[in-house]
Design a binder for this molecule. Structure first.
Ligand code: 8YV
Length: 330
């Protein structure tokens, strides 16, 4: 039996399923491993089941020459050096599609919470400060009928556009590396604009682009300066896309009304300034965290691992491989 490692705690039924096919070492205690410990655990193993939190880089690959497949239960794969894996003929898979609608729901919820000041008003109430009704008590921004801006128009961006245009009567503008075709734009009710126009026009801006060197600090002081002071910014993509210090300053000075953040630079550590601002809603990277979706993500990672390394009729094309060419390379 081939040996695989499941690097983080995961649903027991996924471990059981993998156990039918492989000799599985797991981390059901969810111990925090250093990279050296991960390398150590990977010795002699051909496959690894990871999440978005384990760094799979050239150093690790060189130290684990038996590794043939890295299967992640995240859609984003900025923690995996795909080129280094491909160069060493290590198959990589991610977990797209199964989390699209759930993540779009959460992006919308976070945007609405920021716009309508839900977290801020709840803290006020819990602190016993609610003594009387007031005409402008926690009066925030409208969502329906306003302009929704989306930066990054992949599957999740499109699911958010549908919610905005068809559910909330919003004018939807977007910017993306590549423009969608006219039919898709019309179906979504979304209009392509330059990044600068997007920043200027959006009443509510949601970030859904992948993270990499090209998107590092895609939203910094200069970009924030273009936004309306009444606007909100929601980041459900990755920490590092927003310059958190510049955002905290803009929120503090009310050059931006509010923000909803699910991801942070250097998470799980947070910029202390963010914790003290009233006009930001903070959540711990949970946009995909509905139970059915997390199960589907984990099952998809297991499907990929079984197809990549399983034998006989279990072997096959991993459903969501990022570099399927490594299998064809013989
Ligand atoms: C996950 C994510 O929570 O899929 C992604 O890219 O950021 C999240 O959905 C996490 O990374 C799961 O491994």
């Amino acid at each position: 039996m081939k040996k695989v490692l499941v690097a983080r705690a995961v649903f027991p039924e996924v471990i059981e399923r993998l156990g039918v096919v492989f000799e599985v070492t797991h981390n059901q205690d969810d111990a925090v491993w250093t990279q050296a410990q991960l390398i150590d655990k990977l010795q002699g193993r051909e496959g690894v089941f990871v999440t978005g939190t384990e760094a799979i880089d050239a150093k690790l690959l060189d130290a684990c020459p038996q590794l043939r497949a890295v299967c992640s239960m995240a859609v984003g794969y900025n923690n995996i050096d795909l080129a280094a894996c491909t160069a060493r003929r290590v198959l990589v898979s991610n977990a797209p599609d199964v989390l699209t609608e759930t993540t779009a729901d959460f992006g919308f919820a976070l945007m609405m919470a920021a716009a309508r000041r839900i977290a801020e008003s709840e803290h006020f109430l819990r602190a016993g400060q609610w003594t009387r009704w007031g005409h402008d008590l926690f009066a925030g921004a409208d969502v329906h009928g306003t302009t929704l801006g989306i930066l990054g128009m992949g599957r999740i961006g499109q699911a958010i556009a549908r919610r905005g245009a068809h559910g909330f009567g919003m004018a939807v503008v977007y910017h993306n590396r590549s423009r969608l075709d006219a039919d898709t734009e019309a179906g979504l009710g979304a209009r392509y604009v330059s990044k600068e126009q997007l920043l200027r026009d959006a009443d509510h801006l949601i970030l859904v682009l992948p993270y990499g060197p090209a998107s590092h600090h895609a939203i910094g002081a200069a970009e924030l300066a273009l936004m309306k002071p009444t606007a909100t910014l929601t980041n459900i993509a990755r920490g590092g896309i927003v310059d958190d210090a510049a955002l905290a300053e803009a929120l503090h000075e009310r050059r931006l009304a509010a923000a909803g953040l699910d991801v942070f630079e250097g998470e799980p550590a947070l910029l202390p300034a963010l914790l003290t601002l009233p006009n930001v809603v903070l959540t711990p990277h949970i946009a995909s965290a509905s139970l059915p979706t997390r199960r589907a993500m984990a099952e998809l990672a297991a499907d990929n691992l079984i197809a990549a390394l399983g034998e006989g009729e279990r072997a096959g094309a991993p459903p969501t491989a990022l570099n399927p060419q490594v299998l064809r390379a013989g």
